[in-house]
Structures are given as C-alpha cells and as structure tokens.
Design a binder for this molecule. Structure first.
Ligand code: BES
Ligand code: MN
Ligand code: MN
Length: 453
C-alpha cells in the first residue's frame, strides 16, 4: 500500500470533514417542495468541489427534476473508465423531536458524525470525491473517471431513466462505482452483491362524502379507517406470507446451499434485537432474519393516516383513510408485474361500501451481481488491505433501483463499495456515520482504483 495515501488522508482529514459538514448543512430533502433551492445549492457545491478535486468540465445538467452533477477526468481514452454514482438528496427528518442534535447542524460525538445524510449518501458520496482528489493530487490516477451525482434517489429517481438514455455517450464506462450501501461491521467487511427491488403505492379509501358524527352514523356506515386496516391485515396470512395471488410465482426458490451459505454469516440475534429495541424477531415462517431481508420479499405499510389525529378527542367517522404501502422484491420478480398484482388484489379486498384509489409512486427491479468479475476482485482486495479481512459477499435488503437501469441502458455493471453500518440509522432520527468509516472508505476506494486500473 502506498504510504503517500495514508499521509495525505491524515494531513487533510480536518479539511475533508469541514467540507463534508458544509455539504451536510444544506437541507437537500428531495421529497419536500420547500427545499427546491437547497437542491440547487447542494448540486452547485458539489460541482465546485469536484473542480477543486481535479475534475474537468464539472457542470449541472438539468433534467425534468433536480439536476445531475456531472464531471470527468479523461487521462487517456485507452485506459478503463470508472463512473462514480452517488445521490445528494436526503430523506426527510421527521419525527424531528427525536433528534438529540438538529439534523442539519452536523457535529462529531463519540467519533461519529451526526446529521441527516451523514451516511446516506452525502458522507459516502463525499468519500468518493476525496478519494478522487487524493489520486489526482498525488499523480496516482491511472484510469478515466466520470462522476454522476443525482438529486432524486430518495424519491425513486424519476428523471434518471431519460437522463441515461439521452446521455449514453457521455456516461459510457467500464464500471459504475457506488458507495451507498454498508458493511456488516468493522470486523466483518462486506461487499453488497444483491439488493431488493421495490414497488411503492399510496392507497386511498373513501366512505361518506364528508366526515360524519360517529354517534349519529356509527355502526350504520362503513368507516374507511376500519376498512383500510382490515384490507391491510388481509395482505399477510398467519405464516406472514404475502397473500397477493401469484406474488411468489417468480421468486427464485432458496436452495439448501443458499441457506447454508447464509447460516455462515456473522449474525447475533440478541444484538440485533437490542440494537433496534424489539422484544422478539418476527417474519415469514421457516426463514431466518438474514434470509427474510436478503432473499425473501416483504410488504410493509410505511405510513397510515386519516380522521382525527390532533389533540384530544373528536367523535367522527372520517370520509377518507390513506396508507403508503411498499413491497421489497427479489430475483426474478419484476416491479411492473408485482405492481399490477398488488393493485388488482388490493381493490378486490374492498367491500362495496367504500371506494378505493390506488396510486403507483415508483418501482425498481432487484439487483444481483456475480463475484468473479474484475471489479469485484479488485474491490475485495481493497477491503482486505484496509480492513485486514476478506469481505463477505452480502445480499442487502434495501434498494437502489437505478443500478438495474444502468445495466439496461448503459450496459455497465455496478460495484457497490459501501461503508455504512446498521447503527448509522439511515432514514431515522440521529443518522450518523463514524469518522473512521469515512476515512477508511477513502482509503479503500483509492486501493480499488489501484487494483482496477
Ligand atoms: N442507500 C440506500 C439503500 C441502501 C442502504 C441499500 C443500505 C443497502 C444498504 C438508498 O438511499 C435508499 O434508501 N433507497 C431506497 C429506495 C427508494 C426508491 C426510495 C430504499 O431502499 O428505501
Ligand atoms: Mn442512499
Ligand atoms: Mn436512502
């Protein structure tokens, strides 16, 4: 390993963190219309940082939604090209009262950076920019690099499909490098080789044309909230299997070999329960926790509302009830098919006494990558150098829908070099990212560049 690299990281780490803090201070919540300007500010900040890091032609490319930050450094057209993908948007911050420190005022506490986006994905994306800077400033870059940083990942990347199609030549690459996943622990580095797909809906159940007095009408009119809850309950059976007809038809059966492989993964149920504060684990019958998140689909209600949720009581039968429902899907399920199955089945569950509207938000297919590729082998060596242990090939439960799109429209595979931990609490209050992961990430990425080129 090049001693220059460690020396550079050590002597620049305070500046790296300062810059990351500036990035974390901009509230780039893509799902909220209040933050349109912040999105642009974030994109511009990144464009400038890419230029400072040694990129050429750094610019914002507009899309139907938020702009993509693009930059490149082409040193020799005959060398391989790495395209770095990341996202500069973050999830919303509620419930705000559970943050011990304001989400957009980053601080370091017990060696961890606390802020919305500290891990997902600003912290991890910034490791990529700093690794790139390090290679440039020390004349160690031996391949071409392109950056494509989007602002709509957390809302399902609605503009990216067209963006990729329209910019195929610009985005031409040998491999796509992404830091937006995690490792099992510092002692057990891992490379994510599988992600679940997703299919996301909002449903609306309507009963009477206005909220009704629940004494005058109670018992004689269908209550949309009661009905919605009943419909949701019917989506799982007693074994916690999803009841949508045909839902499992395309799911690849888990072989005993797969099961044995999974059983070898370091996983401690007690620690898992303690970490998230649950009294017992729960899920589909006959599968382990890691199988349930890695190789089995899931259906969850992400939010539910309706009626009186303010202070005190109000005796009312609401006119409407709503829920946001998403499914995580696995190879070989297709988001499109699953969406259709869900919509038909959900509507069929409604009694005549209500009307149901089902709106599709977004979807993406699952991802599975081989481990015998040049990129995987280079990444594996890089983790082994820095973490002192060969990484495990891990299938995660989250989704990054555009990874599939890249393969389809750009014809390029992705390597997922993430450094997050479960305890980073992404999408939750008090999101954090250990400084050591940030620094080791930079080191591992530079090692990957070296092996890959
Ligand atoms: N970075 C996450 C996905 C992730 C995290 C994968 C950790 C594996 C390990 C990403 O930003 C994310 O949150 N994706 C969404 C998808 C979406 C369409 C909103 C998800 O998985 O919920
Ligand atoms: Mn992410
Ligand atoms: Mn996310």
């Amino acid at each position: 390993m090049n001693p220059l690299i460690n020396a550079y990281i050590q002597s620049n780490k305070d500046r790296f963190l300062d810059e990351l803090f500036s990035l974390l201070r901009i509230p780039s919540i893509s799902s909220s219309s209040e933050h349109q300007e912040d999105m642009l500010k974030t994109a511009t900040f990144l464009k400038d940082k890419l230029t400072e890091a040694g990129a050429e032609k750094a610019r914002l490319i507009s899309t139907e939604g938020f702009p993509v930050v693009y930059a490149e450094r082409i040193i020799n057209p005959n060398y391989p090209t790495i395209l770095v993908y990341g996202h500069y948007d973050v999830q919303s911050i509620e419930p705000i009262e559970l943050w011990t420190n304001p989400p957009f005022e980053p601080i370091i506490k017990d060696g961890k950076i606390y802020a919305r986006g500290a891990d997902d994905d600003k912290g991890q994306m910034y490791m990529q920019i700093k690794a790139f800077e390090l290679l440039n400033k020390n004349n160690l870059l031996k391949c071409n690099v392109k950056f494509m940083l989007e602002g709509e990942e957390e809302i399902g990347s609605p503009s990216l499909d067209n963006f990729c199609k329209e910019n195929k030549e610009l985005l031409k690459t040998d491999i796509i490098l992404v830091s937006d996943t995690g490792i099992l622990s510092m002692e057990n580095p891992a490379i994510t080789v599988g992600l679940r797909g997703i299919s996301y809906f909002e449903v609306e159940v309507t009963g009477p044309n206005r909220d009704l007095h629940s004494g005058h009408y109670g018992g004689a009119v269908a209550n949309p909230i009661n009905i919605l809850c009943d419909m949701i309950t019917k989506l799982h059976d007693a074994d916690n299997k999803i009841t949508i007809p045909g839902f499992y038809d395309d799911v690849i059966i888990v072989t005993d070999e797969d099961k044995n492989e999974y059983a070898k993964f370091p996983f401690n149920i007690e620690e898992y329960k303690n970490e998230i504060g649950i009294p017992a684990i729960y899920g589909e019958k006959n599968f382990t926790t890691l199988e349930r998140t890695g190789i089995r689909p899931a259906l969850d209600v992400n939010g539910i509302w309706g009626g009186h949720i303010g202070e005190g009581s109000k005796t009312v039968i609401p006119s409407k009830a709503f829920a946001k429902i998403s499914m995580r899907i696995v190879p070989n399920q297709k988001a499109e098919n699953v969406a259709l199955l869900f919509e038909n089945y959900f509507k069929s569950l409604a009694p005549e006494a209500v009307n149901v509207k089902v709106s599709y938000f977004h979807g993406g297919n699952p991802f599975l990558s081989p481990t015998n590729t040049k990129a995987y082998i280079a990444a594996s060596k890089a983790y082994e150098d820095v973490f002192g242990k060969k990484p495990l090939a891990y299938r995660g439960g989250g989704s990054i829908p555009i990874i599939n799109l890249f393969e389809e429209t750009l014809g390029a595979k992705s390597i997922l070099m993430g450094f997050g931990l479960e305890s980073d609490a992404i999408h939750s209050p008090n999101e954090n990212f250990p400084v050591i992961n940030f620094l080791k990430g930079i080191e591992t990425i530079t090692a990957f560049y070296n092996y890959y080129s």
